[in-house]
Design a binder for this molecule. Structure first.
Ligand code: PLP
Length: 392
């Protein structure tokens, strides 16, 4: 045997991946402890934490990739398209999409879904102007810049809804260009739902027939389908596309979401790509294939009843929080069907400890399904102390 053969690894056989070196293992263990310590104070952001998907760990050893259109063929077959299609069907049903008229895919989160909707709108109306309220998620201003689209920011009301008068007057001034309306179905800070019927009424009144409505339903898109008296939010209300985050109400260990849009608008942007033998209808090329599995598994495990129960419990916890605030003499409120509880902004230390998102003079806690009464009690006591200390 030559020297080469005894000293070099066999070039024909892949080397097994070595285990983590001890120092790296210790670092990971310390990180796990840090994350564990943070979870009991996770009350400020809309990400559910009531799940355990470790049963899907088996799939961490494959190069799964959902490159391409989940409804078309692909040469790359290590994908989870079959699960992604089920997830899309679930959202189509709950977001009230007319049979066969919409298309969708699992995105990397709410921002990508908003980008997708506004991309389709801009392709449909290259001269269109995007209208969005000042209370819209910050991603939208960025998306408009990425798309190079013209846009107008509309005033917002103190309750988080768009200022309908300002919207009407602005639309009236620009009747020569198609409006691309970005409506909030549960905005970030207040959980406010813009009235889609009222906006459609304005368009009718102004005789504007060429328009596009995209709904940003990052959080509420998975709440409103499960309440008895939802504000209009879906395709039946006349929207053209919608974005929902998957890691928010359903909950997931990685950011993800779903974008749905009218199929005829998607067909306009679809291109066939020889390299992967599939239709390129999505924003990203390579796409996360684990997130469709996670969402599918969550939907299967909770079932419709379980998802409804989670919404009911989260809403009840929001009411409990408002009552607790009242006991401290603090004015707190929420919108109908929203789990975002708004109250006066506390001091920086409390914001940091409870990972609370502030904006100007307000802050919120969001009573996602993992939030317990105990967490609410502790957080509100801290907020109350902070407000009292500042003389509020
Ligand atoms: C209303 C709204 N839209 C969009 C987003 C962005 O979603 P993501 O963080 O999933 O990209 C958020 C995130 O908080 C949001 O609250």
């Amino acid at each position: 045997m030559s020297l080469l053969h005894t000293e070099c690894p066999d070039l024909g056989v892949p080397e097994a991946m070595p285990p983590l070196p001890p120092a790296a293992s210790a670092r990971l263990a310390a990180f796990a402890e840090k994350i564990e310590r943070l979870t009991p104070t996770f009350i400020g952001y809309p990400c559910s934490q009531d799940y355990d998907h470790t049963n899907l760990a088996h799939f961490l050893k494959y190069s799964l990739n959902n490159v391409g259109d989940p409804f078309a063929d692909s040469i790359y077959r290590e994908n989870t398209f079959e699960f992604e299609r089920d997830v899309v069907a679930f959202f189509q049903r709950h977001l009230r999409a007319p049979d066969g008229e919409t298309w969708g895919y699992v995105t990397g989160g709410g921002t990508e879904g908003n980008l997708y909707g506004l991309f389709l709108a801009r392709e449909l109306y290259p001269d269109g102007v995007v209208y969005y309220s000042e209370h819209t998620h910050y991603s939208v201003a960025k998306i408009v810049r990425v798309l190079g689209a013209r846009s107008i920011m509309i005033r917002g009301q103190d309750n988080g809804e768009v200022d309908y008068d300002d919207l009407y007057e602005t639309l009236k001034l620009r009747r020569d260009v198609p409006p691309i309306l970005m409506v909030n179905v549960g905005n970030t800070m207040h959980g406010a739902v813009d009235s889609i019927p009222r906006i459609r009424e304005m368009l009718k009144d102004l005789a504007i027939t060429r328009f596009y409505i995209h709904a940003d339903a990052a959080l509420s898109g998975m709440i409103l389908p499960f309440v008895s008296d939802p504000q209009p939010f879906g395709f039946d209300a006349g929207i053209d596309s919608i974005a929902v985050s998957g890691h928010k109400f359903i909950g997931a260990p990685m950011p993800c979401g779903v974008a749905l849009a009218r199929r005829r608008n998607v067909d306009r942007v679809a291109r066939s790509v020889e390299y992967v033998g599939c239709m390129d209808t999505t924003i990203a090329g390579s796409r996360n294939a684990l997130s469709p599995l996670i969402l599918w598994s969550a939907i299967e495990r909770w079932g419709e009843d379980g998802l409804r129960r989670r919404v009911e419990r989260a809403l009840a916890t929001a009411d409990y929080a408002i009552e607790r605030f009242k006991e401290y003499g603090i004015e707190a409120w929420r919108h109908r069907n929203s789990v975002t509880v708004v109250f006066p902004r506390p001091g920086g230390e409390v914001i940091r400890r409870w990972q609370i998102a502030p904006s100007r003079d307000i802050a919120h806690i969001i009573t996602m399904p993992h939030v317990t009464h105990e967490m609410v009690d502790l957080a509100i006591a801290d907020v109350a102390n902070s407000i009292a200390a500042s003389g509020g």
